[in-house]
Design a protein around this ligand. Structure first.
Ligand code: 13P
Length: 259
């Protein structure tokens, strides 16, 4: 069975000093924990400080975005090699805030996923429908389009290592999480599409997280579902003790999943 991945997306929160004190409190609180992988995705400015603090721990370093070119005149952007140099292992790509606030297209997301793989980074590809799309019965069509567009040109062996985060946009930061049944159904749909396009091995290896108002007291519902492989967590990842409790609850619940 796939090990769930609980990833913290801090978004535009925490200075370097705040990031350091989070890690100092968080690591002892999850030491020795088994049954879930953990990643922290601080803002770019804190990566160089957080990386060395995580070295030797079971907690991986992630980034929130990257640019798809290796270098050049792209003011304000961050190249993949700048992330790998700092020990970054995961990179969030295509978050709905990037898509809606910063105009990222399916094509740009595809280029970023490819760039991440080219540099040995594991993308956490975010997909999810808006409220109006859900209400119009278009969830399946939207999510399928986003997944297919982002994975065009990849090899099955790459897809097997990929992480997809299903984050319905209406559930992000609203306190209104999807039900585990609805989230699980979309995750199954994604896995079926991956199986059809890339084969059974890729579909079995790929991790599909849920994201959107995940908290310590609802994570168990998601983590028990055999097709939900952990969570991408925003607001509830900002407090070290609260996030540690969330990770522990996820690991505990995931133990009950069907093998
Ligand atoms: O966008 C998210 C993670 O990427 C989810 O954010 P919240 O957990 O704050 O709803």
């Amino acid at each position: 069975m796939r090990t769930p991945l609980i990833a913290a997306n801090w978004k535009m929160h925490k200075t370097v000093a705040e990031a350091r004190s989070f890690v100092e409190a968080f690591l002892p609180a999850v030491r020795g924990l088994e049954g879930a992988d953990i990643a922290l995705c601080p803002p770019f400015t804190a990566l160089a400080a957080v990386g060395p603090l995580l070295a030797g721990s079971a907690v991986a370093l992630g980034a929130q975005d990257l640019y798809h070119e290796d270098r050049g005149a792209f003011t304000g952007e961050i190249a993949p090699g700048m992330l790998t140099e700092l020990g970054v292992r995961y990179v969030i790509v295509g978050h709905s805030e990037r898509r809606t606030l910063f105009g990222e297209t399916d094509e740009l997301v595809r280029a970023k996923v490819a760039a991440a793989f080219r540099h040995g980074l594991t993308p956490i590809l975010c997909v999810g429908e808006q409220l109006a799309e859900r209400e119009a019965g278009r969830t399946e069509a939207v999510v399928t389009r986003q997944v297919e567009a982002a994975l065009t040109g990849l090899e099955a062996a790459q897809v097997e290592r990929l992480v997809i985060a299903y984050e319905p946009v209406w559930a992000i930061g609203t306190g209104r999480a999807a039900t585990a049944a609805d989230a699980g159904a979309v995750c199954r749909l994604i896995r079926d599409r991956i199986r059809a396009a890339f084969g059974d091995r890729a579909a079995r290896g790929l991790r599909i997280q849920y994201g959107g108002s995940v908290k310590a007291d609802n994570i168990a519902d998601f983590a028990r579902d055999p097709d939900i492989d952990g969570a991408l967590v925003g607001g509830a990842s900002l407090d070290p003790q609260g996030f540690a409790a969330l990770v522990r609850a996820a690991a505990e619940a995931a133990r009950g999943r069907r093998a």
